[in-house]
Design a protein. Sequence first.
Length: 171
Amino acid sequence: MRQALVLAASAVLLAACQPAVSGLGAAGANQGTDPGAGARVEAAAAGGWLTKTTLRWQWQLTGPLDLTVGADVFEVDAFTTAAAEVTALHGRGRRVICYVNADASDFDFAVNEECFRYDECDALEPFVTAGKAVFHVEYDLATTAFCAKAKAFGFASMRKKLTLDAWRQGC
């Protein structure tokens, strides 16, 4: 599975989950987009957490959400993650990004899959140079094959299974 999701290239919309987003997904009836999400992403970026390149992240779109993963940022499905789970993560000091499949072109971070496997990581350098976070995942490579390089690039990297369940190996 080869996908490079660079948000400035308008592949996927990722909106920062805040307690006010409780109407999304399993927690409520509003299944549409949240008109305040963009402002919250800008506020989060202004607060500095989206520009940190040392963040540990978890990307889980399937299975029961594992709230115990030692990550700073969780990326979860906006429609299947309950507001109580987002609130619990916030209570543990975690940041949460909700994955919503839509077109977008104005976000200040990148999510990348398998840039080391496909020798494409140099394309993400503009994000790091601009002080923006790059959330990166590899599926087939051992962490020993990419973590040192990922840290040198300034990426927040991990290894995951293609199912994107709770399992992860962080760098």
